[in-house]
Design a protein around this ligand. Sequence first.
Ligand SMILES: N[C@@H](CCC(=O)N[C@@H](CS)C(=O)NCC(=O)O)C(=O)O
Length: 209
Amino acid sequence: MYTLYYGRGTASLAIHAALKEIGAPYQLVEVDIEAGQQRSPEYLRINPQGKVPALIIDGKPFTESAALMMMLAERHPQSNLAPPAASLARAEWYELIMMLANSLGNNFRLWFYPADLAGTKEDSALRSAIQQRIESTWAMLDARLADNGPYLLGESFSGADLMLTMYMRWSRNMARPATAWPALQKYADMMRAHPSWRHITQVEALTGW
Ligand SMILES: N[C@@H](CCC(=O)N[C@@H](CS)C(=O)NCC(=O)O)C(=O)O
């Protein structure tokens, strides 16, 4: 039994969907980010960084969404989260997971929590630089999907698609959201209809998309 500590619509989204894909038993514990529950002494014992997600595996807490995706893929080789271990497709999958986490995850963290870096929420030069970095990643991914879709690995769905869909959703209120790129718009329509994504949207009562 896995236990996922999640916040609605946050970096736990992809892991929530991955658990649904696997079909293994799991329970959810909501951490209310708006209410600051991530900084409660109880939660800090689970993740001293005070962030979600945290996943309890065999009684031990683990964090970092990209790492959790890799752990789940490894523990459930029959699932569709990743191509077979040691294959070239698996190597490409690792590359994708890390690229998404570095190019999108880190920049979105600064977008939503600019005080992490600048000590202020008012630094417009920083925000504009982050926005440009995120947009250049959308452009690169749009070209990739237009050339070799419909999924990141071509014909096969994988957990990398759950990561990308999560990050794309976070851009929905930006001046140029991911869906401003045509292949990404098509991809978003496909992924929003994907069963595990629809499931978590309902469970987390997400609006928008
Ligand atoms: N690199 C981490 C980032 C986790 C993260 O920043 N989570 C945010 C929600 S998306 C959070 O917990 N924010 C609460 C806070 O920092 O106070 C991951 O991918 O798991």
